[in-house]
Design a protein around this ligand. Structure first.
Ligand SMILES: Cc1cc2nc3c(=O)[nH]c(=O)nc-3n(C[C@H](O)[C@H](O)[C@H](O)COP(=O)(O)O)c2cc1C
Length: 198
């Protein structure tokens, strides 16, 4: 059982960064294999929409994004944590997600999926917005994640909206951490059920 924890924030030791590490700690405690992907550390360039992947199923770029995309097929769950930037996910995370277009192309253009579509994977999205809660603060980000999880054949089962993070440190807020723990434990439970079913 392997969980990928994707941190979309470029900031070290702030909200998304610390929540990603908190989740990693829960996985560790429960003996679940996990990996944190700090997208800001990846040596990657943006998708240029060249269409090569629509003909080959893979990205022609040989950077860290191409190798990281390959980690999602064998994974059992993905938890994405991102700041809200201009009502959306961070630019760094969006750039990373766009590079999954090769998976989309392999499935829908080439009909030769580069990901096992029958495997049961589980996904959660945790979003951190600096402002006090307002209408549609998280709407765009969640729409992106909805499509992203579909592309990586992952059931989007949990989401958490954390507003007001410029005032309250999410990693020091007990109610927030309890919710992050609940989500992490649910992901573990769902993975275990699949394993037991064989
Ligand atoms: C470029 C930029 C745009 C932002 N846009 C929004 C926004 O639209 N809504 C919001 O609630 N917070 C916004 N924020 C605040 C961040 O969501 C907030 O600082 C968050 O805690 C950052 O996540 P991090 O602590 O994990 O880095 C923005 C911050 C930056 C730098």
């Amino acid at each position: 059982m392997k969980v990928l924890i994707v941190n979309g924030s470029p900031r070290i030791q702030k909200n998304s960064y610390n929540i990603a590490r908190y989740i990693a700690g829960i996985m560790e405690k429960n003996g679940v294999d996990h990996e944190i992907i700090d997208v800001v550390k990846l040596d990657m360039t943006p998708c240029i929409g060249c269409g090569v992947c629509s003909r080959t199923g893979v990205c022609f770029k040989n950077d860290e994004s191409t190798s990281t995309v390959k980690k999602f097929d064998p994974s059992d769950a993905t938890i994405v944590v991102s700041p809200i930037y201009f009502n959306s996910i961070s630019g760094q995370l969006k750039m990373f997600i766009d590079r999954f277009q090769s998976l989309y192309a392999s499935k829908y253009d080439l009909k030769k999926p580069a990901i096992d579509r029958s495997k049961k994977r589980f996904g959660a999205f945790i979003a951190v917005g600096g402002s006090k809660g307002y209408e549609d603060q998280f709407t765009s980000a969640e729409l992106i994640m909805d499509l992203y999880f579909k592309v990586i054949n992952t059931r989007f089962i949990e989401k958490l909206r954390i507003p007001d993070s410029d005032r309250v440190n999410a990693w020091e807020d007990k109610a927030t951490l309890d919710e992050v723990e609940r989500i992490s434990l649910r992901i573990i439970e769902e993975m275990k059920k699949v394993k037991q079913q064989g």
